[in-house]
Design a protein around this ligand. Structure first.
Ligand SMILES: [Zn+2]
Length: 217
């Protein structure tokens, strides 16, 4: 089972990745984690990626593909794996497909957690922080006892810069521009779209049902 999980910021992708990994006993791998591990291990690719990242550059497709190739060759991936946030570009998708063919692995199941942009904005702008103790609240899911005030110290809660609507809309637009072509490359017939606006438990069930139905075919 090879799963590729796509979804915009705030869609709950991390939570779903963790659930799926546990349910199907496969590792959930993000490229960020691979980068950090390779950097730490001091492999040739890792050192290269480290240098590029410290200088603020974008790690090229060949390096990313190379690190994913070595990661999925590890024994814990023998029964399958989930990749979160990869492939990020069409050349990465092409490279990954070639790698799967070369190793005789099956085509990946591409899962897209779709959530309407306004719903994401509503979710993401609901975060508040206490400027004094830095505790995070969510006016929708984890509100403070008294509106607008920290439970611990009564300080007035603020909306962080990162959680401002304009910043969030920019991040969502960047995600669309990046991921749209990758999903397009896999094709609408291959991409399994799951309604990410449902409660997390229902999203997990929807993905599981889809995977079991696909496997039964
Ligand atoms: Zn506080």
């Amino acid at each position: 089972m090879i799963l590729l999980l796509f979804g915009p910021p705030g869609c709950g992708k991390g939570t779903q990745a963790a659930h799926l990994a546990e349910r199907f006993q496969i590792p959930a791998i993000s490229t960020g984690e691979i980068f950090r591990a390779e950097c730490k291990a001091g492999t040739e690719l890792g050192r290269l990626a480290c240098q590029i990242m410290t200088s603020g550059g974008l790690v090229g497709d060949d390096i990313v593909n190379g690190m994913v190739a070595s990661r999925i060759a590890r024994p814990d991936c023998a029964g399958g794996f989930l990749l979160d946030g990869y492939p990020r570009t069409v050349p990465q998708a092409i490279g990954f497909q070639a790698l799967l063919r070369e190793r005789g692995l099956p085509d990946p199941t591409v899962i897209h957690l779709a959530v309407a942009e306004d719903a994401l904005v509503e979710r993401l702008t609901a975060r508040r922080q206490c400027p004094k103790c830095l505790r995070i609240y969510n006016v929708m899911s984890q509100p403070p006892l008294e509106t607008g005030r920290c439970d611990d110290d009564g300080e007035e809660l603020i909306t962080r810069e990162d959680d401002q609507e304009a910043v969030i809309r920019q991040r969502l637009a960047a995600y669309r521009e990046l991921t749209g072509p990758v999903l397009g490359w896999y094709g609408t017939g291959a991409v399994r779209t799951v309604d990410g606006a449902l409660p997390p438990g229902e999203v997990t069930r929807a993905i599981e049902n889809m995977l079991l139905a696909t496997a039964a075919k």
